[in-house]
Structures are given as C-alpha cells and as structure tokens.
Design a protein around this ligand. Structure first.
Ligand SMILES: Nc1nc2c(c(=O)[nH]1)N[C@H]1C(S)=C(S)[C@@H](COP(=O)(O)O)O[C@H]1N2
Ligand SMILES: [Mo]
Length: 348
C-alpha cells in the first residue's frame, strides 16, 4: 500500500526553502507578493521519516475503540461523498522560531533550528471530524482520540501518533483531502490529514489511517517524549523579507509582514526600526481570521546606510502582546518573543 521515496517529493528550490536535514523551511521572502494562502510550492514540510506514496484506491480510514458504538472503515470515495467544510488555517511546527532561543537569548535548544518559516496557511477542504465521530456513535464517556499516520515508524517509537482530546475533536478539527483547491499533495498528507486549528503542527497528523477513540486519557511518545504539554500556538510575527535583505537609503518602502496566534484574532501590530525605542502602528485590512494570519504593512524610508534590525510585535484578542524575551523552554518550542530581523541599508 505504501512505498518509500525520497524524504520529500515536491521540488525544494533554494530560493523558496532552507533545508534543515529532512525538514524544509519556507523562506519568508517567498511570501512577498503572494495572496492570503501559502502556495503548495513553498509550504514548509516537516516529516519524521519520509513522504509515503499512498494509493487512494486501497487506502482506508479505520475508526475504532471503546469510545465508539459503531466502529467503521471508510474508503476515499465515501469520505469525499460526506458533507464537507472549507477552512483557512495555519499549520505551524511547535519549534518554529527555535533558533532565536540561541541567537537572541543565548539559550540554545536542540532540534531543528527554524527561523520563522515553519508555518504555512492553507485553505483546507474536508470532513469535520465531529461529523465522522457522530456517525460512528461517539459515546458520552469518550475522552481521547489517537490519530495515527501511515508513514514509516519513527526510530523505535512506532507510527507517528498523538492523542487529541474529544473536546477539541468535536470543536473545529477537519479531516482534509484538499489543500488550496487541489488534492492534498503527498508531502502534506495525501490522501487525508488532520487539520487542528490553532494547535501545534504535530496535532495535524498526515497520511491518516487510523483513529482510536478511548474512554481514558491516552499517551504516545508525541505527547510525552516529544511535544509534552504543548497545544495552542502563541503570538508571532514575521516580515516578508529575506534574512539580511538589502534596502537602499533614501528610498521609500512598504514593508509587508504577517502576524498570527493560535489563541484568537490579532488586534494590533507595531513595528520598530530602531531596536525597540519607538514603535509604529502597522496597517492592516482584509481578512482577520482566527487560526490563520493577519497580513499587514508599514512604510519606511531608511535615511542612513548601515545594519538595522527590524522588529514586529503583535497583540491578540486575548490581550497577549509579544515581549522582547521569552522564558526558557527546554525543547525550544513556542518562541514568541519579538524577532530581530537583520537588514542592510546601502548607499543610494
Ligand atoms: N504522520 C505524520 N504526521 C505528521 C508529521 C509526521 O512526520 N508524520 N509531522 C508533524 C509535524 S511535527 C508538523 S509541524 C506537521 C507539518 O505539516 P506539513 O509538512 O504539511 O507542513 O505535520 C505533522 N504531522
Ligand atoms: Mo512540527
């Protein structure tokens, strides 16, 4: 049913991606001039092993466990025939921004040294997990689900799987078979993936083959050894600029960026060009979606050549504002402090 290929199947040109071992990070300058969604050709990929090639004709999704009255097996056509929903949601790795623990706080954390490109916003179409669970006779005493991927086992830990509480599963989780209007690409979970809005990327299990529904709390290596105690993603901001981008003194620029939070809408974005001494409100209009991001822009005419650090800080509707530093986190997850983005202003 599945066949091992290269780690990632889609092309990974150097102008769109930075590679970290098997993980492909989006370059933020690749979002410049793009629309709301991250096109598939530049959407980051995080695989524990490699992208499996799954045949939709023989693929099945198994739903089983003591939390269901009617355990069931569904094929691809049956899932596509169910009532569907379309949502715009970010998938973001818990470790996105990990590098800045080291570079900004002298608090290096092991793991993939992402800058801020371990995120993408997709338009996902699929079946609400709530619908499948109701059809399968979800019992009132169900507590946790265990969605499992069909990719190769990771080291000695078995298949990638992570418990998901029933409350979240019944709220806004989607089982997606389309991404940005096309079939889900192999690297992003074909034929079916979970999309768990606002939560760490590991919750959004790709190449879904099996969901167990239990009447007790479940554990797996992916909520104990890796990613313990992380669910909702914090507030972050990024400029759609290359690292060490070059600007010219005396010219006027409109700098674009995006801010996001797993906790709710972004209500304010401010930008500093002088290391945080003064802050300027960024403009934003258009879509303002929970679980995705808010595009913004700000004008700047650098007068003097030299090295600068651009800073952006956002506030979400829960009142949380990005701070200048972030407390230690042993795994390097959830770096939500303001990132200092270096640029060079050259003579005109
Ligand atoms: N089956 C499976 N699901 C998985 C993974 C994986 O390796 N195997 N990686 C997870 C992690 S850590 C992240 S951040 C997201 C990445 O999704 P993407 O590759 O579509 O961007 O998928 C998650 N789902
Ligand atoms: Mo991740």
């Amino acid at each position: 049913m599945e066949q091992a290929l290269a780690t990632i199947i889609k092309p990974l040109p150097a102008h769109l991606f930075t590679m970290h071992g098997p993980s492909a990070e989006m370059r933020w300058e690749a979002m410049a001039g793009q629309g709301y969604h991250t096109p598939v050709d530049r959407f980051f990929v995080r695989n524990h092993t490699h992208t499996p090639l799954i045949d939709a004709a023989t693929w099945r999704l198994r739903l089983h466990g003591p939390g269901l009255r009617y355990p069931t097996e569904l094929d691809y056509d049956q899932i596509r025939a169910m009532p569907s929903r379309t949502i715009d949601a970010a998938v973001e790795c818990a470790g996105n921004g990990r590098r800045f623990y080291k570079t900004q706080q002298h608090d290096a954390a092991p793991g993939t040294q992402w800058r801020l490109g371990g995120i993408g916003v997709g338009r996902w179409r699929g079946v609400p997990l709530r619908h499948l669970l109701q059809e399968a006779g979800l019992r009132p005493d169900a507590v946790d689900l265990m969605p499992t991927g069909l990719d190769a086992p990771f080291e000695d830990y078995g298949h990638v799987r992570r418990p998901l509480p029933v409350d979240k599963a019944m709220d806004d989780v989607l089982l997606a078979y389309e991404m940005n209007g096309g079939p889900l690409p192999p690297d992003h979970g074909f034929p079916l993936r979970m999309v768990v809005p606002g939560w760490v990327g590991i919750a959004s299990i790709k190449w879904l083959g099996d969901i167990e529904v239990a009447t007790r709390r479940l554990t797996s290596p992916w909520n104990t050894v890796f990613y313990p105690d992380v669910t909702t993603q914090p507030v972050k901001s990024a400029f759609e600029l290359a690292w060490n981008a070059r600007l010219t003194a005396g010219r006027s620029y409109v700098l674009h960026g995006r801010s996001w939070s797993g906790q709710g809408r972004i209500v304010r974005v401010e930008v500093s060009f002088d290391g945080g001494r003064t802050w300027h409100r960024a403009e934003h209009h258009g879509r303002h979606l929970v679980s995705a991001w808010l595009p913004w822009h700000v004008e700047w005419a650098p007068r003097r050549p030299g090295a600068y650090e651009l800073m952006a800080r956002a506030t979400d509707e829960t009142g949380v504002t990005q701070q200048l530093t972030r407390p230690h986190q042993p795994f390097g997850y959830h770096f939500d402090a303001v990132v200092r983005h270096p640029i060079n202003v050259v003579h005109g």
